[in-house]
Ligand binder design. Structure first.
Ligand code: KG4
Ligand code: ZN
Length: 333
C-alpha cells in the first residue's frame, strides 16, 4: 500500500491531495481572496501558503485517520510558477520528507495538468497535449513520463490571462474565466472578433490582439450586462476557433492519435465541446480531465508523483523550486 501527498502552491491556490495507490482519499483546495488587489500579489500569495498549507495537510491527515508516518513519499509542484509560492510547497514537502526519511518528488506543474488525464483512463504514451491555462497556451508532444517536446506556444498572452485581463476591465473578480463562462450563456448575439493568426499555418498562438480588441469594444460600448454577455460569448467562440485551427495545423505534420485537453481553460464546457467535436471528426481520441481536475489541484501533482515513484524515480533533497521550469527540460535522471 502506497500512501502519499501531493502539494500544489504554484500561484495563489493552496491545494493538497492524499492518495492511496490510485485511489483519491482527499483533494482539497483553499483559494486565496485577491479581489482587494485586483489580481495575484506574489508576496501576499506566499504568506498565505505559509499560513494555510500546514493546517490543510494536518486536517486532511486527521480526517482520514492517518499520520505523517504512514506516508511513502510527498510530491510537490517544483515549477513553473511564482518563486515564493512554489518555494513554500517545495520547502515544506522536502522538510517533511527529510524528517520522515522518505523521498520527495518535484513535479512540473504542466506535466501534472496533462498526466492527470491518465488517471482512471485508457490514455497511453505517446499523446499530444493542448495545454490552455492562465500562464500557458501551448501544444506539446508527450513521448514518455518527463519526455516532452513543445510544438507551439503563445507568442504573447495565454488564453486564461487574456480572459482575466478582459474580465478585470468588465468588473469580474479574478480569475474571470468561470464568470465569463456564466455570462456567455446569456448571450443573444456574440460579438464577432477576428480569429488570431487566421491565415498562419504555424503551431503558435497569439491572444494579445484579441485582448485589446475586446477591451476597446467594451470601453466604447453601452457597458450593459447584455454587452458583457455578448463579449464573453464572442471571446469563447474566437478562442475555440483559434485552438481548433492550431490543432488542424499540427495534424498536417504530426500523426498523433490521442490528445489531451488540459489546464484551467479546459474546464470551460463550451470550449471542451468544440475541441471534443473537432477531435472526433478527425478520428482522434480525446481525453479531458473532469472540470475540477483541469484547474490547479493537488491530485494532479500527487498522481504524477505516483507514476514516478512506481518507476523508482525521486528527487534529490538539494533540489529547489524552479520558477521558469521548462517542460522540455524536466530534471529526472
Ligand atoms: O490551470 P489553472 O487553474 O492555473 C494556471 O496554471 O494558470 O488556470 C487558471 C486559468 C485562469 O486564467 C482562469 O480564468 C481560467 O483558467 N479558467 C477558465 C475557466 N475556469 C478557469 N477559463 C474559461 N472558462 C472557465 N470555466
Ligand atoms: Zn495550472
Amino acid at each position: 500500500m502506497v500512501l502519499y501527498l501531493g502539494i500544489e502552491t504554484s500561484c495563489d491556490d493552496t491545494a493538497v491531495a492524499l492518495m492511496e495507490n490510485e485511489k483519491c482519499l482527499a483533494n482539497e483546495i483553499i483559494t486565496q481572496d485577491s479581489s482587494m488587489f485586483g489580481g495575484v500579489v506574489p508576496e501576499y500569495a506566499s504568506r498565505e501558503h505559509m499560513d494555510v498549507l500546514p493546517k490543510l495537510i494536518d486536517s486532511i491527515l486527521i480526517r482520514n485517520n492517518v499520520t505523517l508516518h504512514d506516508l511513502s513519499f510527498i510530491a510537490a509542484t517544483q515549477g513553473p510558477g511564482l518563486l515564493g509560492s512554489v518555494m513554500v510547497g517545495v520547502q515544506y514537502a522536502k522538510s517533511l520528507a527529510w524528517s520522515l526519511n522518505i523521498p520527495w518528488i518535484g513535479i512540473h506543474h504542466l506535466e501534472g495538468h496533462a498526466i492527470i488525464a491518465k488517471w482512471n483512463s485508457s490514455l497511453e504514451f505517446p499523446f499530444g497535449i493542448l495545454l490552455v491555462s492562465g500562464g500557458h497556451t501551448c501544444i506539446i508532444l508527450a513521448n514518455e513520463l518527463s519526455k516532452y517536446e513543445i510544438l507551439g506556444s503563445s507568442m504573447d498572452d495565454a488564453v486564461g490571462e487574456m480572459f482575466d485581463k478582459v474580465g478585470r476591465c468588465m468588473g469580474f473578480p479574478n480569475p474571470a474565466g468561470p464568470y465569463m463562462e456564466e455570462y456567455a450563456k446569456k448571450s443573444k448575439s456574440a460579438i464577432e472578433f477576428t480569429i488570431p493568426l487566421k491565415n498562419d499555418d504555424s503551431m503558435n498562438f497569439s491572444f494579445s490582439g484579441l485582448k485589446t480588441a475586446a477591451i476597446r469594444f467594451w470601453d466604447q460600448s453601452d457597458k450593459s450586462e447584455q454587452t458583457k454577455s455578448d463579449i464573453c460569448m464572442g471571446l469563447q467562440k474566437t478562442v475555440a476557433k483559434s485552438l481548433e485551427s492550431r490543432l488542424e495545423n499540427v495534424w498536417k505534420s504530426y500523426n498523433i492519435k490521442s490528445w489531451v485537453f488540459a489546464g484551467g481553460v479546459a474546464s470551460n464546457l463550451y470550449i471542451r465541446e468544440k475541441i471534443t467535436n473537432l477531435c472526433e471528426q478527425n478520428g482522434k481520441n480525446i481525453f479531458i480531465p473532469e472540470p475540477k481536475l483541469c484547474r490547479d489541484n493537488g491530485l494532479m501533482i500527487a498522481y504524477t508523483g505516483y507514476l514516478y515513484y512506481k518507476k523508482g524515480i525521486v528527487s534529490q533533497y538539494n533540489e529547489s523550486a524552479i520558477a521558469n521550469y521548462k517542460i522540455d527540460h524536466i530534471k529526472f535522471k
